[in-house]
Each structure stands twice: as structure tokens, then as C-alpha cells.
Design a protein around this ligand. Structure first.
Ligand code: ADP
Length: 239
């Protein structure tokens, strides 16, 4: 493996939990209830990937595949200001791709290859949310197999980008309150077989007391399970 890059999540405790940041050449999935902080972390990473290495970034640009219209430029500006980065410049390095349905979403992922081949220094691909379109379009038991097949195809395309170009892939997944009652993880098929390569991280986000959030690492190729507490503030994700 070429040198794995790591992208700062903003909170030191969170970084520590995942071995120093979100890894390139891997897919990292955060899952949790509505409002647990999935989109906030997505915005944070879209900014921190641009930082120089000594500040926890990898000097890269980012593709943000937005499936539910959750991308907020104003939020990027706030987070960028917290790092004393120029808000306009920061926004220019975030390439927004609005995906109207699941096949459009898959097409957007393929387009990332072209963008990189044309010389754009993409080091992070965010899909927020990975599952929303697939869930809405493939309803009922009879379409589950097709949904899983399409999803596998999508994830393979993303993993392929991650490996080929040393890129980090970050996907969000909205689930019910208790993940142990949930069998729909995109990166882990029913029966526990992890899709594709072993390099998939899964992080469960929970709401804690007094506005705090808890991140629990539930699946990683070589890190222990564990959890940490973090906060969402105007400047983004912090301890
Ligand atoms: P989801 O998991 O559904 O993607 P979000 O990432 O959108 O959830 O998290 C929304 C929560 O983030 C809000 O309920 C709020 O607690 C927090 N939040 C969003 N913007 C800010 C901000 N500017 N300052 C502080 N907290 C914020």
C-alpha cells in the first residue's frame, strides 16, 4: 500500500478513536439517527482535507455527493473560519454533485474518475447520504436483492477510486436508534460478510447529554472497539 493519508475529524478524541483520522484507500461509514451529526462531520471533513499535513489535512480537494440537499455553504464558511482558512477558496475546493436518484448517484461516483484524470487533486469523496435514494426506490422484500446488488456495485466503484487514487471515501447512513436491531448496513451485508476489502471502518453516532455526541467505532480492520465524546459547535467538530 502506498502511504495512507489521514484526515483530521476536528476532535482529538475522535481522531484517536479512529487511529488518527479518516483514512485514504478506505471507506468509512458513519451511521446514526437523524440529527446525530453525520452531515456535520461531512462538512468538517470537506474543510479539513484541504489543510496542510502539519495541520491534519492532506492538501486535497473534495467531491461532495449530496443526495438530500444537506450541503450548506454557510456551514463550510463557519468551519473554514475556525481554521483561519479563506471561506471562498475553501468552497471552491468542494465539488458539489447533487444526485437526484440512485442511478444518478452511481453516475456521479463514476464521474469522480474523470475529474481526477483531468488533474483535479481530489483526496476525499463524501456521499451524504449513501442509502436514502436506494431505500426510497427499492421498497419491499422482493427488491432487496436488487438493491443490495446495486449498492455493492456503487461501493465497489467507490472503493476502486479510493485504491486507485489514494482517496478517502466517507459515507453516511441514517438508521434507527438501535443498530443491533438493524440489518441494513450498506458496508456489511446480512450475515456479517464485509463487502470487498477489509478496509472498511464503521462508526456509530449517538446523541449524548447536554448537546454532546458519542462516536463508537464498531468495526475496523485493525483497531479496537471503543468510543469517544465530541461536540458540534459553530467552528465545527470539537472535543
Ligand atoms: P444528521 O446525522 O441527520 O446528518 P446533522 O449532522 O445534520 O445530523 O446534525 C444536526 C445537528 O448538528 C443539529 O441538531 C445541531 O445540534 C448541530 N449543529 C448544526 N449546525 C450547528 C452549528 N452551526 N452550531 C452548533 N451545532 C450545530
Amino acid at each position: 500500500r502506498r502511504d495512507v493519508g489521514r484526515i483530521n475529524v476536528g476532535s482529538e478524541a475522535f481522531n484517536e478513536l479512529i487511529g488518527g483520522g479518516i483514512e485514504t484507500q478506505s471507506i468509512t461509514e458513519v451511521f446514526g439517527e437523524f440529527g446525530s451529526g453525520k452531515s456535520q462531520i461531512s462538512h468538517e471533513l470537506a474543510v479539513t482535507v484541504q489543510l496542510p499535513e502539519e495541520n491534519g489535512g492532506i492538501d486535497g480537494e473534495c467531491v461532495f455527493i449530496d443526495t438530500e440537499n444537506t450541503f450548506r455553504p454557510e456551514r463550510v464558511e463557519q468551519i473554514a473560519a475556525g481554521f483561519e482558512m479563506d471561506p471562498e477558496e475553501t468552497l471552491q475546493k468542494i465539488h458539489i454533485a447533487r444526485a437526484f436518484n440512485s442511478s444518478h448517484q452511481m453516475l456521479m461516483a463514476d464521474k469522480v474518475n474523470e475529474l481526477i484524470q483531468n488533474g483535479t487533486n481530489i483526496r476525499l469523496v463524501i456521499v451524504d447520504s449513501l442509502m436514502a435514494h436506494f431505500r426510497a426506490e427499492y421498497v419491499g422484500r422482493e427488491s432487496l436483492a436488487t438493491r443490495q446488488q446495486k449498492l455493492n456495485q456503487h461501493l465497489h466503484a467507490l472503493q476502486n477510486i479510493a485504491n486507485t487514487y489514494n482517496v478517502a471515501v466517507f459515507v453516511t447512513n441514517q438508521v434507527q436508534a438501535r443498530p443491533d436491531a438493524f440489518f441494513g448496513s450498506p458496508t456489511k451485508a446480512i450475515g456479517g460478510h464485509v463487502l470487498g476489502h477489509a478496509s472498511t471502518y464503521r462508526i456509530w453516532l449517538k446523541k449524548g447529554l447536554a448537546g454532546k455526541r458519542i462516536a463508537r467505532l464498531v468495526d475496523s480492520p485493525h483497531l479496537p472497539e471503543g468510543e469517544c465524546v465530541f461536540k458540534i459547535v459553530t467552528e465545527g467538530i470539537v472535543d
